[in-house]
Structure formats: C-alpha cells, structure tokens
Design a protein around this ligand. Structure first.
Ligand code: ZN
Length: 133
C-alpha cells in the first residue's frame, strides 16, 4: 500500500516524545499510521517488550496492519538505525522515525525503508479524537 506522506502532526510527534520519556530507560516502539497523507496515529502493541530488537520485531509480526512505517526510541541518544533496525525497516512502510534521549523537539530523525535519512515535515493540524481507525 503506497501513500504519499506529507508529514507528521506536531501533536503526534509530541506524543512520541512523551511516551519515549515515560518508557525510558526502556525502549518505546510503535507503528505509524497516516490519514490523508499525514501521520497522526501511533499503534502501540500492548505488552510490547522493551528491548531494542524485540519491541520492533513484534510490531512487524502483526498481521493485517496497514502502517506507513515505524517509530522507536533509542535510550542511548544515538539516532542511527542499527543493523536489526535496517532489516525491519525494509519490511514495512517507508517512514521510520528514531527518537533519541533526551527526547527534545529535535532529538529525532526519519529514515526510509532502505535506511537513508529523509526529511519529514512537522505539521500543525487538528486531530479529531473521536475518529477511530
Ligand atoms: Zn533501533
């Protein structure tokens, strides 16, 4: 499933940072879902194990989930995909966000399915809370 991604909602990025802070020193991971080309939803698996490889791997094992990519945190503050990350990125979607400690507004990068750094705009959009996926 191909979708042109225009960017990520600021609110959603803030949510990722807050979730990463509260999960620290463990890892936060989720799948990105987009509506009308804007990433507005994070799908978090209940009971996701908070270890780098396991957390992300489990997400990609979920059947029938349409995701435009993934997000996970690096408690180490190094914002660079590991070899395991690169393998997983290639499986689902083309937008993979890695956030790094201390999870400030600029402590993140977006990577393509092949692991190259790509730009992702942060958009000020209203998110309708009452709409379910
Ligand atoms: Zn990683």
């Amino acid at each position: 499933m191909k979708m042109m991604i225009k960017g990520i909602a600021r609110e959603t990025l803030n949510f990722i940072m807050e979730a990463s802070k509260s999960t620290f020193p463990n890892e936060f991971a989720g799948l990105l879902q987009a509506k009308d080309g804007i990433i507005t939803d994070i799908l978090i698996l209940p009971g996701t194990e908070s270890s780098e490889v396991n957390a992300v791997l489990k997400l990609f094992m979920m059947p029938n989930i349409s995701a435009v990519g993934s997000v996970h945190s690096h408690p180490s503050s190094v914002i660079r995909p590991s070899k395991a990350d690169l393998r997983l990125f290639s499986k689902t979607g083309n937008h993979h966000i890695i956030v790094g400690h201390p999870f400030g507004p600029d402590n993140w990068k977006c990577f393509s399915g092949s692991g190259e750094e790509i730009s992702l705009d942060v958009l000020d959009v209203e998110i309708e809370d009452d709409e379910l996926v």
